[in-house]
Write a protein that binds this ligand. Structure first.
Ligand code: AR6
Length: 165
């Protein structure tokens, strides 16, 4: 199926799984992570506590609790340090490992936020290219893959890059 771009609050999406741009503690934070924890309710934090954190580029799964989504896949994107700490590979890994975990859990529809491009300051265009590259590799295995953007700038960016494919 084609990759969809949707400008939305990811916590409102009725999909099998939404992906959280978390930090290595998995104990919550600001941005999309904070929004997901607020919308899912306190059971999400309890479920995350027993996961013992998550390495950058890896992914872990919990139920979605009060979310419309059945699952939350928590992944940790890299903090941008100018590109000298394998940030591109680590960001790709975050998407790739999220997809792998989705496949092993029978997930067919999945939505991703723009991982690492907020607090973690990864340049938006390169991050979007990496996201789309990973999404393309899994297109055949999912009924829906949604790039969930939060603002108009990211919407225009993803639409432009997808149109160039
Ligand atoms: N729905 C969809 N996208 C959103 C939402 C939402 N409700 N809220 C924000 N975004 P960020 P990061 C977008 O900073 O850069 C947290 O404190 C936002 O506009 O959430 O990976 C974690 O705990 C941006 O495009 O994630 C970590 O410590 C994108 O989500 C750290 O931030 C990602 O921005 C992770 O930083």
């Amino acid at each position: 199926m084609a990759i969809e771009v949707l400008q939305a609050d990811i916590t409102r999406l009725d999909v099998d799984a939404i992906v959280n741009a978390a930090n290595t503690s998995l104990l919550g934070g600001g941005g999309v992570d904070g929004a997901i924890h607020r919308a899912a309710g306190p059971q999400l934090l309890a479920a995350c506590r027993v996961l013992n954190g998550c390495e950058t580029g890896e992914a872990k799964i919990t139920p979605g609790f009060n979310l419309p989504a059945r699952w939350v896949i928590h992944t940790v994107g890299p903090v941008w340090h100018g590109g000298v700490r394998q940030e591109a590979q680590l960001l790709f890994n975050a998407y790739d490992n999220s997809f792998q975990l989705a496949l092993t859990n029978g997930i067919k529809s999945i939505a991703f936020p723009c991982i690492s491009t907020g607090v973690y300051r990864f340049p938006k265009t390169e991050a979007a290219r990496i996201a789309i590259k990973a999404m393309q590799q899994y297109q055949d295995k999912f009924s829906r893959i949604i790039a969930c953007v939060f603002n108009g700038e990211d919407l225009a960016l993803y639409q432009k890059l997808l149109a160039e494919l």
